[in-house]
Write a protein of this length. Structure first.
Length: 689
């Protein structure tokens, strides 16, 4: 059986999967509808597949150039893919989110398949948002990218379709000479109105605060009715009218006109090519490769193809299937109905060929690619699981050893519980070294730990505070463990901690979460964002500097800084100082210990005094000097800390190079910088270095 790490830590499994059972059923139903309408199209148009194949074979014999035209039609999905990705790729690059070309290719394949099987091709937008958020983007940015694509696409479609509609309307009497022609024409009018409405709605959605407000009111009313978490009316007003965060973000993106321009150009490019492919399909079906020598014929075909596709906007059939072929055949047949140039069968055959090569063949090909992608991914993960299990078995056979340093000062009521929590770990006792260093206790601490004399090592020294204990341990004691951890005499190790750490990859530092134990209530304090994973030292520069739940390789621990003595709050100096010598860190998204933050005598819970403020300020300076200037600024967001330090007129000097906010996800960094700027922390607290 795989360990916790092999199943959960080495690769992320989303708890909220996009493809739930309900969505799979939904997509399956529309796929069947799509396939059914394809079959129905053949019957509606009265096309005999055998005669179509025979006609094609004869055309091939007449002119082998037909292969070139088929190739040109099959290029359409590639052009559409380039157009679709023209906003997604540069925007994600600007956000410094690295995605491989292979992932972008598979994204487009999935979007194409989803568009084919959902009404009005609406399925791709929510999937695109989901895809971006699972690759490191935030939900707002994902919505904006989808919005830009929608606006750019609708602008291009409207600008391309209106001239074609005007040209077709000039031939109104020819095109509406039959009842079917009249129906199709008004469907085209309806489709064009839908285009204009959607474009207007997108623009309103981008810039209208009141629309955001009313949509949020409706959605929160629904959430309230189904008894789900929701915002109050006042909170909604504050968020969407007063702060108008979404509108501000949209406006800032739209000021960079390259995105909207790229979207419009991309859509216009593949749309124009799409309509031209109808002309290629007609030449293949008719075998007449000189038919379009006349420019007027070319534009008639182009305009009718354009507006016939617009008619599908009015009917909620997946990908407009059935609507587009029938509308196109009716319009072309009416226009050329009394002409000796084109037979009705040729029009029907060309329309079906066009759909086969622009939609049916790519749909089947992309569906197979997507299926292969998920199957291969599943196989790959299983193979990786096996490799990881072998590594985990090797680690279990060669268990690492641990040394726990326990600084002890007047914790007689708690220290036994701390020692017991280590000894009761389900881990070989011979692999554990417990070093208790008494820092001049004046209570019963030394008496209560005598019962452990065969299981622990006890050292005594004059009082010099926490930093002096760590300095003493490095200089005077032989620390035997592969990994060294410091745990205060009132903290408690979780029972599974040593197993989790021993099964984790052997990085320079291993860190985990901890429980904050306050008034008998436990709160899981996450020291990092996201799932368990390997980190760079910069990414691991967390403000949570408490010593518990941090394990250092012995040689790295010995390279750590010499800590200040006779002063509190040196744990941050230790952690961030050691990070400077580390190459890699592994984060375990599990609580590894419990911290009694409310204990009487605890330096953190002690009342604020000028001395405490000065010592806290020294801690910030030490951390900043160790390369973690952003930690000091972020911690100063806390109102209580900021008020007490600034009221004592304290300042620190920070090197700009140590302010990188790498601990935060990319999407949160601008918000953190904005909060620090609004609170004027750098202005009030930081001096030039």
């Amino acid at each position: 059986m795989n360990t916790f790490f092999e199943k959960n830590l080495h690769y992320k499994k989303d708890k909220k999967k996009f493809l739930t059972k309900k969505k799979i059923v939904f997509i399956s139903i529309f796929t069947l509808v799509f396939i059914g309408t394809i079959i129905g199209t053949f019957f509606l148009m009265g096309v005999n597949p055998k005669e179509l194949v025979t006609s094609l074979s004869e055309s091939f014999k007449i002119s082998p150039i037909m292969i070139l035209y088929i190739f040109l039609i099959l290029l359409f999905p590639i052009f559409k893919g380039i157009g679709t990705m023209m906003v997604v790729v540069p925007k994600l690059k600007d956000m410094h989110i690295k995605i491989s070309w292979y992932e972008y290719m598979m994204l487009y394949c999935k979007i194409f398949v989803i568009n084919c099987v959902t009404p009005f091709a609406t399925g791709s937008e929510p999937y695109l948002i989901y895809w971006i958020t699972t690759r490191g983007g935030d939900i707002k940015t994902a919505n904006i990218i989808s919005l830009i694509n929608g606006i750019g696409g609708n602008i291009a479609e409207t600008l391309i379709t209106i001239p074609s509609f005007i040209a077709v309307s000039l031939e109104y009497h020819n095109l509406t000479q039959t009842t079917n022609g009249m129906i199709v024409y008004w469907f085209i009018v309806g489709g064009l109105c839908v285009n204009v409405f959607v474009l207007s709605f997108f623009i309103l959605l981008a810039f209208c605060k009141k629309l955001h407000y009313w949509i949020s009111l409706i959605s929160n009313w629904i959430l309230k009715k189904i008894k789900r978490p929701h915002l109050t009316k006042e909170e909604i007003y504050q968020k969407y009218i007063v702060e108008a965060e979404f509108r501000k973000m949209v406006v800032s993106v739209f000021k960079q006109w390259k995105y909207i321009t790229l979207s419009a150009l991309g859509y216009a490019g593949y749309s124009l090519y799409f309509y031209c492919t109808m002309i290629f399909a007609f030449m293949i079906a008719s075998g007449d490769f000189g038919f379009f020598n006349s420019a007027s014929r070319f534009f008639i075909f182009f305009n009718i193809s354009n507006v016939s596709i617009t008619a599908s906007n009015f009917i909620p059939i997946p990908n407009g299937e059935g609507t587009i072929p029938v509308a196109l055949s009716v319009m072309l047949s009416n226009y050329y109905g009394n002409s000796s140039f084109i037979a009705k069968e040729t029009i029907q055959n060309s329309v079906l060929l066009w759909r086969v090569f622009t939609t049916y063949v790519p749909f089947i090909g992309f569906l197979l690619l997507v299926s292969w992608y998920y199957i291969s991914k599943l196989v790959f993960l299983k193979q990786r699981d096996k490799k990881l299990e072998l590594k985990a078995q090797s680690r279990r056979r060669n268990k690492i050893s641990f040394t726990f340093i326990i600084p002890l000062f007047n914790c007689g009521d708690y220290v036994c519980e701390t020692i017991d929590s280590i000894l009761n770990s389900k881990y070989p006792k011979k692999k554990i070294q417990i070093v208790v260093i008494d820092d001049g206790s004046t209570d019963k601490s030394l008496q209560v730990i005598k019962k452990y004399k065969k299981q622990i090592e006890v050292y005594k020294k004059k009082n010099g505070n926490w930093g002096s204990v760590i300095n003493y341990a490095k200089k005077m004691i032989e620390l035997t463990g592969d990994y060294i951890s410091v745990i205060d005499a009132d903290d408690i190790l979780e029972p599974t901690t040593l197993r989790l750490v021993s099964e984790a990859p052997r990085e320079d530092i291993i860190i985990g979460n901890f429980f904050e134990w306050n008034k008998n209530k436990k709160k899981n304090m996450k020291v990092m964002f996201g799932s368990s994973r390997k980190l760079t030292p910069d990414q691991a520069r967390t403000p949570y500097c408490q010593p518990l739940g941090k394990f250092y390789k012995k040689e790295l621990f010995n390279q750590g800084p010499r800590l200040k003595e006779k002063i509190s709050f040196q744990d941050g100096h230790l952690y961030h100082g050691i990070l400077n010598h580390a190459q890699s860190v592994f984060y375990i998204n599990k609580p590894l210990a419990s911290w009694r933050c409310d204990r009487e005598g605890n330096s953190t819970s002690a009342p604020w005094t000028p001395i405490k403020a000065q010592q806290f300020n020294t801690h910030f300076q030490d951390v900043s000097d160790a390369g973690s200037g952003s930690v000091a600024l972020v911690t100063m967001i806390n109102n209580d800390i900021r008020k007490n330090i600034l009221s004592n007129n304290l300042k620190i000097k920070i090197d700009e190079g140590s302010i990188n906010y790498s601990w935060f996800p990319i999407a949160l960094r601008p918000l953190v910088k904005m909060v620090i700027s609004v609170l004027q922390i750098k202005k009030k607290y930081v001096e030039a270095k």
